[in-house]
Design a protein around this ligand. Structure first.
Ligand code: NAP
Length: 315
């Protein structure tokens, strides 16, 4: 049987890596992985090749390289990395390039990793949160959501795939509980009592694999995924159980969070405020039952923590 090739952008990263590993772990599933990377010689690219992926070099900024990398594929997973450059405009150009290449190569199914354009809920005139860079509320969300239409405009068969907060941010993004001057751990979020849809980053790719496996069913649809919807207090409780140490939930205001001063603190402060203020919508768009139907191995926060507790910094 000829396998359907999925060209996976971001294959050396969290989302694309999860998808690549999900496909490679299911050799009878009918799909094969073409892993796209700027550097086929990186350790992560070599690890994918070792697992059985075809690794090809391509750059999201170079549409010709994408056309070559997508050629002959059945589908593509398209993801951009805002945090490498902090530019919504750059992300949008990369999305245009991927849509162009998908159209050119007549792909049958694209999964576009997007997020909400929060300005549909919080227009720029709404003063509850600051406007950033003159035209965004949550730049790393808004830029993605605003460009969804390029795939539709070009007639590319696309599933719009809404992802959730990675619990892995507690390992890689400095969001782990931190020790205060009293030596005690505190877990800080500006979401009050609202529930935060979150998931293991690896499960995003596994859910994306489920989307491809559904065939045409989810083309033209926006679907969201999450592993659990938990309040900050519930996350702190789970952390206490797994770390075996008291963790206080430090519920700060979005204003305080925006003032933390690390790169992107204002963007993330607005993002958490959006999730808090439009919580019913935001959780509703990320159904746990649907996510589990795409990925029967979907992890809970407790299970993810148990498997990863040794990797969470505890200073
Ligand atoms: N952190 C969260 O909680 C969270 C939640 C939801 C959504 N997101 C979104 O996730 C996105 C990042 O995805 P990720 O976490 O999977 O990324 P990641 O783990 O940081 O890895 C980035 C990936 O993007 C690839 N890449 C970056 N620029 C490229 C370019 N110009 N050409 C080709 N490949 C390029 C890299 O490939 P090479 O380096 O190998 O070329 C790498 O595979 C962000 O846009 C963020 O907004 C994050």
């Amino acid at each position: 049987m000829t396998k359907k090739i999925i060209a996976v952008t971001g294959a050396t990263g969290a989302q694309g890596g999860g998808l690549a590993r999900a496909i490679l772990a299911d050799p009878s599933g009918g799909f094969a992985v073409r892993a796209l990377t700027r550097n086929a010689n990186s350790d992560k690219a070599k690890a994918l090749a070792k697992l059985g992926a075809e690794v090809v070099e391509a750059n999201l900024d170079d549409v010709q390289s994408l056309k070559e990398a997508f050629a002959g594929a059945y589908g593509a997973y398209c993801v951009t990395n805002f945090w490498e450059h902090f530019s919504p405009e750059k992300e949008q150009q990369q999305a245009r390039n991927m849509a162009d290449a998908a159209k050119h190569t007549k792909l049958e199914h694209v999964v576009w990793s997007t997020l909400e354009d929060t300005r549909k809920w919080v227009p720029l005139s709404d003063s509850r949160m600051p406007t950033l860079h003159g035209k965004y509320k949550v730049p790393h969300f808004d830029g993605k959501g605003e460009i969804d239409h390029v795939f539709t405009d070009l007639g590319v068969p696309t599933t719009f795939f809404l992802t959730s907060f990675y619990w892995d941010n507690l390992i890689h993004f400095g969001m782990q509980p931190k020790r205060g001057p009293d030596g005690k751990l505190a877990f800080t979020l500006p979401t009050g009592d609202a529930k935060l849809p979150g998931m293991a980053a690896e499960d995003i790719g596994r859910c994306a694999y489920g989307v491809f496996k559904r065939g045409r069913e989810l083309i033209g649809r926006t679907v969201g995924v999450a592993g659990e919807h938990l309040t900050g207090a519930q996350m702190a409780e789970a952390l206490i159980r797994v770390l075996g140490e008291k963790v206080a939930y430090n519920a700060v205001t979005p204003d305080v969070y925006r003032g933390f001063g690390f790169p992107g603190a204002d963007d993330l402060g607005n993002m958490f405020q959006f999730k808090r203020d439009f919580n019913e919508y935001f959780c509703g768009a990320r159904s746990l039952e649907f996510s589990r139907s795409l990925n029967p191995h979907l992890q809970t926060f407790a299970a993810w923590l148990e498997a990863n507790k040794g990797r969470i910094p505890r200073e």
